[in-house]
Design a protein around this ligand. Structure first.
Ligand SMILES: Cc1cc2nc3c(=O)[nH]c(=O)nc-3n(C[C@H](O)[C@H](O)[C@H](O)COP(=O)(O)OP(=O)(O)OC[C@H]3O[C@@H](n4cnc5c(N)ncnc54)[C@H](O)[C@@H]3O)c2cc1C
Length: 683
């Protein structure tokens, strides 16, 4: 193994000297935050070629403009879209920086501050007590603090993550005639063949005869140099006539919803694209990186270098949602890209568009912007978004409850038919099937279908017997494991990573809150069912006590759910809370059934699909025999209870719960081990 030289021990190491780290380095130096620190920069590349251009827009007196003034080669105070008349940018401009100028500017600062630059490739980082060991191809380095601009290769995309390329091929051209307007840049010209993608031309003049003209494509496949050359040649000849190529720029920017996670070590801050600073729908990131560096400096001034990785935390906002919608459209219906951008620039002032892309508009502004855009692709994208995130069933549950209210206001009798119809269909379509694929959860183990069915039925029968012999104990057991099971699938849906006891505790708290909230907001009906179960007779003292504490239970349970929603900032819990609050105005069966079918079962179905990599059809095929089996057991239990008490239809309500209880016990256990093993496999 290579050993490290004492000279290679540093307080701070920057991995990479691209945009993210250059801007951070400049900001830390400007704020005197590297004084007295031993600092080094390692880059795999010499950083001596002009491999990119960095463009951004901002106010003419913005900090980024003032700080980077020495390296801004061009600025434009007019913008043009699709051959329209140029529009002034008022007090803003569009700025152009050559990447080589940024690298040289940073290297000059390195020299001035005696910071060494190593050309080396960092391969791995390990944490050792208070410091990090950086293993690189040539050397080993030690650092207390790391600013890492490499992309984290280990990041696992989520199922609904989108990855598109913004690929471009550009020529710096010289014209014979003076046709460019030096203070006007053209952001998107769609007068080029789309070829099944969203393609446009981008023009940055340097004088009246010279400009950088780039052919850009948003799409899954990258634009090849041959395609780029042909399209550019046609475009330039048509618009400007004869030209000479004096330079070339080729590149590709990821347009993705993949989010790089915060480092697991406190002393490592990801920077640049690795800090999720490139806007997915536009590919712009340079300005974000500058202001990220400013925020990092302010943080370090205040808190020192410890806990700096906190800066990488991202909280999802509505702009991330808009970006995602656009990427869904660009991925699935590429032909919509052109009309969407054309309408955006046609219907909005340039200032508004830039403000929107800067994520600085208000919701009212955004509603006005979206109201003018083509509706169909966005509605389809919203549906795909809801489907991918398993929100369709959640929205449906809210819609069904609203229909329940409407019917109830017209004729209360309708509601019973309606409720039973919805719940029976829901149970057949998803409630039962989600528990009827438990055998798939065992497939990795030594598996015998016969043994599995026998054991499953044995557990169901033993538990059913317990319901007959000691119903109260059976009920308490049911409530406890249901709470845990409901919570476990909710936590799984939240995609938060807890370990061991913390995971169990949070699961139980969430599940118990859901269950107790439904019971406490339908207490009379719930107690009626419990009392109607043979052998259960709750005493009047106990009932009085329950009624006394009931409002407190409702309040506490919903508060717990709200607290978790706020803590995890996940939308799925907010859907759940909305549904639970609405369901306080429905009957108990509809409230519980809605949760069980549209949340719990739908979540589990989605998780099974994802984790077992199966589609709906395969899951249904696997579930069919066991769904039918479950129906048979239901009919058997129902028949048995009808035989001993053949009077009223209401007896089916407790039967329904006893049935769910019996059949769900082995399911709860199997799902628990499924979640647990899946997590271990992913580690
Ligand atoms: C061609 C192109 C043009 C762009 N134009 C714009 C634009 O006009 N405006 C805008 O806002 N955004 C633009 N972007 C997007 C974005 O701003 C840039 O990609 C930006 O360079 C990202 O900064 P970064 O620090 O994450 O990555 P980089 O700038 O690529 O820096 C990463 C550095 O890490 C080094 N490195 C990588 N691996 C190792 C290793 N193992 N060991 C040591 N060093 C390593 C690399 O050599 C590199 O120097 C453009 C992107 C591209 C690709």
């Amino acid at each position: 193994m290579k050993s490290y030289h004492q000279n290679n021990r540093f307080d701070i190491v920057f991995i990479g000297l691209g945009a993210g780290n250059s801007l951070l380095l400049l900001s830390l130096i400007k704020n005197n935050l590297l004084l007295g620190k031993k600092v080094a920069v390692i880059d795999i590349d010499k950083k001596n070629s002009n491999d990119k251009t960095y463009c951004f827009w901002d106010d003419n007196d913005a900090p980024i403009v003032l700080d980077l003034q020495p390296i801004i080669s061009h600025s434009y105070n007019n913008i043009q879209f699709n051959n329209k008349d140029p529009e002034p940018l008022n007090n803003q401009s569009y700025f152009y920086i050559k990447s080589i100028d940024l690298y040289n500017f940073s290297k000059l600062k390195l020299q001035q501050h005696n910071i060494p630059f190593y050309e080396d490739s960092v391969v791995s980082i390990e944490k050792e007590k208070e410091y990090f060991i950086l293993a690189a191809k040539e050397n080993i380095y030690i650092a207390n603090q790391i600013f890492d601009s490499r992309l984290q290769q280990s990041t696992i995309p989520k199922n609904d993550d989108i990855f598109l390329n913004q690929s471009f091929y550009g020529w710096q051209v010289a014209l014979k005639k003076e046709l460019f307007l030096p203070n006007v840049f053209e952001i998107m010209n769609f007068n080029v063949a789309q070829n099944g993608y969203t393609q446009f031309v981008y023009t940055l003049p340097f004088s009246s005869t010279e400009a950088l003209i780039e052919m850009t494509r948003f799409g899954k496949e990258k634009l090849t140099p041959t395609e780029g050359k042909n399209l550019l040649d046609q475009y330039i000849k048509t618009v400007y006539g004869d030209y000479e190529v004096v330079g070339e720029e080729v590149g590709c920017i990821p347009m993705t919803t993949i989010k790089y996670p915060i480092s697991k070590f406190n002393g490592i801050l990801h920077t640049g694209a690795g800090a999720n600073l490139i806007k997915p729908s536009t590919g712009y990131g340079f300005k974000n990186m500058f202001y990220f560096a400013e925020r990092a400096s302010i943080f370090i001034k205040k808190n020192g270098f410890s806990n700096i990785s906190e800066l990488n935390k991202i909280s999802p906002n509505r702009f991330a949602f808009y970006d995602r919608l656009l990427l869904i459209i660009l991925l699935n219906w590429t032909k919509w890209g052109k009309p969407i951008f054309e309408t955006l620039f046609k219907t909005q002032k340039v200032d508004t568009v830039l403000k929107f892309l800067d994520e600085k508009t208000t919701i009212v502004n955004e509603i006005k912007i979206f109201a003018k855009l083509p509706l169909t692709p966005f509605l389809k994208a919203v549906f795909i978004y809801l489907k991918n995130n398993n929100y369709v069933s959640k929205c449906l549950s809210i819609l069904l409850i609203i229909i329940y209210f409407l019917l109830n206001s017209m004729n209360a009798n309708f509601v019973n038919y309606y409720s039973y119809t919805i719940l029976i269909i829901g149970m057949l379509l998803i409630g039962l099937p989600h528990g009827a694929v438990d055998h798939l959860l065992l497939l990795n183990k030594k598996f015998s279908l016969k043994n599995y069915i026998l054991k499953y039925l044995l557990v169901v029968l033993v538990y059913f017997a317990l319901w007959q012999i000691m119903p109260l104990i059976a009920l308490v057991i049911f409530l406890i494991y249901s709470a845990f099971h409901f919570g476990e699938s909710e936590v799984e849906e939240l995609n938060v990573n807890f370990n061991g006891i913390k995971q169990y505790l949070v699961s139980f708290l969430i599940g118990a809150s859901i269950l107790l909230f439904i019971i406490s907001t339908h207490l009379v009906a719930a107690l009626q069912i419990i009392n109607s179960i043979k052998g259960i007779n709750l005493g009047s003292d106990f009932l009085n006590f329950i009624f006394k504490i009931n409002p407190f239970v409702s309040y506490c349970t919903i508060t717990v759910l709200i607290l978790f929603s706020t803590l995890f900032t996940k939308r799925s819990l907010w859907f759940l809370i909305t549904m639970l609050l609405l369901s306080t105005q429905t009957n108990l069966l509809f409230a519980f059934g809605s949760y069980f079918i549209f949340y719990h079962s739908a979540n589990a179905w989605h998780q099974l699909k994802t984790k077992l990599s199966l589609n709906n059809f395969s899951l249904y095929k696997n579930a069919l025999p066991f769904t039918l089996g479950a129906l048979l057991i239901f009919m058997f239990i129902g028949g048995y209870l009808y035989f001993i008490n053949p009077i009223k239809i209401e007896i089916f309500e407790p039967v329904f719960y006893v049935f769910i209880a019996c059949i769900s016990l082995p399911h709860v256990v199997l799902m628990h081990f499924f979640y647990k093993n899946y997590k271990l496999e992913r580690k």
